[in-house]
Design a protein around this ligand. Sequence first.
Ligand code: FES
Length: 165
Amino acid sequence: MRDEAFSPQAFNAQTQKLRSAVQQGESLSTRRSGPLGQIFFCDGCCCGRSEKGFPPLPREMIKERWKSLKLNGTIQLTISGCLGPCDLANVFYLLGSDGVGQWFGGLSDPWHYETLIHWASECQQAGELLPIPAMLNAHRFTRFDSVPIAPQLCSLGDRKLHETA
Ligand code: FES
């Protein structure tokens, strides 16, 4: 990679504006906040890798249905690389506009995906983020079990994280 790619003077106007905002301590916000949520279907190193014996991800079918039903304005579709919990392939993650995320794994049947397409369509009609259908509840999991360490309990105490020992 060429070093000049990291020259701030070469960045586009959007990046220049963001850099300036961050440097001045302004909070960032996106104007792309229309959807009720965003769904991430994992298509990484395990999920969807039928050549490795994992169930296929019907990627093109999902994309075509999402497009034909115009669902992206309601539930933004993202087909992603590895999301992390490969041991639960096939995985998807739903992030609601309220910031609450939900994880699901072990998808293996076409009806799983049909159910999600139908659910997204119902969200579109209702104009609200509806619960994921209960028939997928057995696929729910918690991504991070541990409770975040409160700063006052952290063994680093008052040390800044970037300080070296
Ligand atoms: S490949 Fe899907 S979680 Fe890693």
